[in-house]
Design a protein around this ligand. Structure first.
Ligand code: RB5
Length: 149
């Protein structure tokens, strides 16, 4: 199950991602927003991020105008590693090296086709583990308020 969330600015791109997920045969849950009325991205970031952090959803995809605000908000939820990406290389590497469990994109930054490509790469690329797992563990330690050195 893929968690989806957006604000009003990200709604058109989120709809493109829904179409992609339908084509890929992947189930999703849309945590809003559902209209183009102006709204606050943190609300939808939190709803979708909570679903990923709890295990209800394996991954999440968020959209706002830039992809930045909604990613910052999602990353405040413990256990979330949300990467704001506007290129395919970053999407691939954030899965390989960061085990990102959420992707954020900006509808005012990427077009529909690029957004779909980035999302598909994010959803189909595996984490490499190894030395990268140690770094993920360090990020989790920061979340717990522990000193790394
Ligand atoms: C909304 O105008 C815009 O600020 C929001 O979608 C996002 O880009 C914030 O980071």
């Amino acid at each position: 199950m893929i968690a989806l969330g957006s604000d009003h600015a990200g709604l058109p791109l989120k709809r493109e991602i829904m179409a992609l997920l339908d084509e890929m045969g992947l189930a999703y849950r849309d945590f809003g927003t559902y209209t183009t009325d102006s709204c606050d991205y943190a609300v939808f970031a939190q709803r979708a991020a909570n679903a990923v952090a709890s295990g209800e959803c394996e991954r999440g995809i968020l959209c706002c105008g830039t992809g930045i605000g909604i990613s910052i908000a999602a990353n405040k939820v413990r256990g979330i590693r949300c990467a704001a990406c506007s290129d395919c290389y970053s999407a691939k590497m954030t899965r390989r090296h960061n085990d990102a469990n959420m992707l954020a994109m900006g509808a005012r930054v990427v077009g529909a086709d690029l957004g779909r490509m980035i999302a598909e790469i994010f959803l189909t690329t595996a984490f490499e583990g190894g030395r990268h797992q140690r770094r993920i563990d360090q990020i989790a330690a920061i979340e717990r308020g522990e000193a790394l050195d």
